[in-house]
Structure formats: C-alpha cells, structure tokens
Design a protein around this ligand. Structure first.
Ligand code: FMN
Length: 139
C-alpha cells in the first residue's frame, strides 16, 4: 500500500483556557486511533491554529480526515499539501504533540491567510521541516 502524507492548517474554536483540556482528549483519541490505522504524524497547537501532518495509506488518511473535517473544535480546515512519500517522516509518533508554540505563529499566519491562492511549496516544506525539527526526529 502506498504511503501518503497530508498537511493542513485550521482555526481552533476552543475557548481558552476553559477548554484547553480538549487538546489532551484530541491527542489521546488520535494516538489510539492512528496506531490502529497505521497512521503517524504531528499536531501543533498555537492557541489560535492547529497544524497537522498525517502520514499513512490513502484510505486511512481519508477515513481520519472525514472525522477531522466534521470536528467542531476547529474550522476552516485548509489542506496545504498531499503527496506520496517514500518513507515516514514521523515514524515513531502515532501523533507527536507540539504545545502552544506562540513563537511559530508568524510562520503559520501567512499559510492560513492565503485564501484560494496557491500555497508556496517552499512554505509548506518549511513547515514540515519545522515540525520535524521540533519533534527532534533524525533520519
Ligand atoms: C485539530 C484536530 C486534530 C485531530 N487529529 C486526529 C487524529 O490525528 N486522529 C484521530 O483519530 N482523531 C483526530 N482528531 C479527532 C477527530 O476529529 C475525531 O473526534 C475522532 O477521530 C473520533 O472520530 P469520530 O468523531 O468520527 O468518531 C482531531 C481533532 C482535531 C480538532
């Protein structure tokens, strides 16, 4: 089965700090369901946006995205990149979590604001590199 990855950004609808605990619930559910589906990846939460990269078989990613797209804890889900992969970039993570990372918000804001325009492939690659370096993954 071919390996694919999908990168999206979305806007959190969580009221903080009252609903911050919901992020723990998301991670717990993601870790068990992703393991069962053979999906790996990383989730970043900036308090404003979510950025997530998922990698696995196409049917597994489609199944997860059906749930993720209808989840009311975020909105404006914008898939930035889908590509075939030769190897996993988050191989040891059913879902790595990168907590409120206010310092990287300036990198995410331009991706979120690009509306219907084509996303700069360097910007998306940059985001994946950032997620990888923050999860301290080597090759
Ligand atoms: C930003 C965000 C990321 C999520 N990531 C995952 C994930 O990687 N895997 C997962 O199983 N659920 C994830 N969820 C939770 C799903 O939206 C959903 O609640 C869960 O998979 C249960 O699916 P169901 O509601 O179709 O039963 C995420 C939710 C949000 C808001």
């Amino acid at each position: 089965m071919g390996l694919h990855s999908l990168l999206y950004v979305s806007e959190s609808t969580l009221t903080l700090p009252a609903e911050e605990w919901q992020v723990d619930v998301i991670i717990d559910v993601a870790r068990s369901r992703n393991s069962a589906l053979g999906v790996t990846g990383a989730l970043m939460f900036t308090h404003v946006n979510f950025v997530q990269v998922l990698e696995g078989s196409r049917p597994a990613l489609e199944e997860l995205m059906t749930s993720i797209r209808r989840d009311p804890r975020h909105r404006n889900i914008r898939v930035l990149e889908e590509e075939a992969l030769a190897y996993r970039r988050f191989a040891t993570w059913s879902m790595a979590y990168l907590g409120p990372a206010a310092l990287v918000e300036p990198k995410i804001a331009p991706l979120v604001q690009q509306g219907g325009r084509r996303v700069d492939p360097f910007a998306t690659e940059d985001m994946i590199c950032l997620l990888r370096s923050l999860t301290a993954m080597g090759d």
